[in-house]
Design a protein around this ligand. Structure first.
Ligand code: PHE
Length: 343
């Protein structure tokens, strides 16, 4: 082969390689093309054999031509790689763009817990009747939870309270009634308060939870009678459950009230007809109430000859369960979002 022929052949090879590199659209493909021309057994390498056959004076010229071809192909390879990488980057940028104009996924507005919703409604009803909210501690002393409420140390009524005892003198309050005593100690008469809050009893089944909520009511002043209690609770029942809702008192016993009563409202489901929820009685028991026992007034240094009062206590869970048709009290405390979101 003449040197001119060799030069021509190299020109053709490198032009072809440049074309093929231009068409490679994967990095791997470009590498293959490059190897086909420049590799150990590539076409350019094969022409080295032809160079060796040439007369010595032609060798420098042929060598230069080979180097030229090699660097043309290498340059074309490098720039193709750069192009491919750039293209790939552009593609990725396009795929990964965030459309900031898309509407955001809604995280849902927070709602009050169903018990809190019921509690707020009940509080509002009593506030409209002039009751003020008072609070007391959840860790109580034996004195406020029992003694001052006319439960002497060995009184059998303590048994019904399933008390969580903390130390000799500390316990988790079993009802909101201790706030009655605390308020009478702290404020001048007349008193008209409600006291919502958590209470604790060692009991757990479908209708009992070791922690639950009560709202206590207390009104003390001159000339307060049982008919004031009845009027207050009738108004409450009608505002809470509807205009025509009747209530009835059944005799009962609490150490801190005398007389005492369990108060029923007309069944909100059958309106007194009798149904499954009210066990065919037409009535639902919703609270305990009575006239404040003179002993309790005396414990708070109130002249029981001059002043009288009434008190009542209702269970928030009980009302929430009735109104919402919840059969298991424990649902309120499991924090299951699907359950809570229904309210
Ligand atoms: N404290 C009583 C209970 O938890 C309820 C009650 C309150 C009864 C006020 C009468 C007066 O069972």
């Amino acid at each position: 082969m003449e040197v001119e022929q060799l030069e021509q052949r190299l020109e053709q090879l490198s032009a072809k390689a440049v074309d093929e590199l231009g068409e490679a659209d994967q990095k791997e493909e470009a590498i293959q093309v490059k190897n086909r021309y420049l590799g150990r057994s590539g076409s350019v390498q094969e022409l080295m054999a032809a160079l060796r056959e040439l007369p010595n004076e032609d060798k420098p010229k042929a060598g230069k031509a080979i180097n030229r071809a090699k660097s043309t192909i290498e340059d074309a390879f490098e720039s193709r790689l750069e192009q491919l990488e750039h293209q790939q980057l552009q593609r990725r940028l396009k795929e990964e763009t965030v459309d900031v104009t898309l509407p955001a996924r809604s995280s849902g507005a927070g709602l009050g817990h169903p018990l809190r919703q019921v509690e707020r409604r009940l509080i509002a009803i009593f506030e409209q009747m002039g009751f003020q909210v008072a609070e007391g501690p959840e860790i109580e002393t034996d004195y406020y939870n029992f003694e001052a409420l006319n439960f002497p140390p060995d009184h059998p009524a303590r048994d019904m309270q399933d008390t969580f005892v903390l130390t000799d003198d500390r316990l988790l309050r079993t009802h909101t009634s201790p706030v009655q005593v605390r308020t009478m100690e702290a404020y001048d008469l007349p008193i008209r308060i409600i006291s919502p809050g958590r209470v604790y009893r060692c009991d757990s089944d479908l209708t009992h939870s070791p922690v639950f909520h009560q709202i206590e009511g207390l009104l003390v002043g001159e000339g307060v009678t049982m008919s004031h209690l009845k009027g207050t609770l009738t108004t409450f029942a009608q505002r809470c459950f509807g205009e025509g809702t009747g209530i009835r008192f059944r005799p009962s016993y609490f150490p801190f009230t005398e007389p005492s009563a369990e108060v029923d409202v007309e069944c909100i489901f059958c309106e007194g007809e009798g149904c499954r929820v009210c066990s065919d009685t037409g009535w639902l028991e919703i609270l305990g109430a009575g006239m404040v026992d003179p002993n309790v007034l005396e414990h708070a240094d109130i002249d029981a000859g001059r002043y009288t009062g009434f008190a009542f206590g209702l269970g928030v869970e009980r009302i929430a369960m009735l109104e919402q048709g919840v059969g298991d009290i424990r649902r309120f405390f499991e924090n299951d979002q699907q359950f809570l979101a229904q309210f």
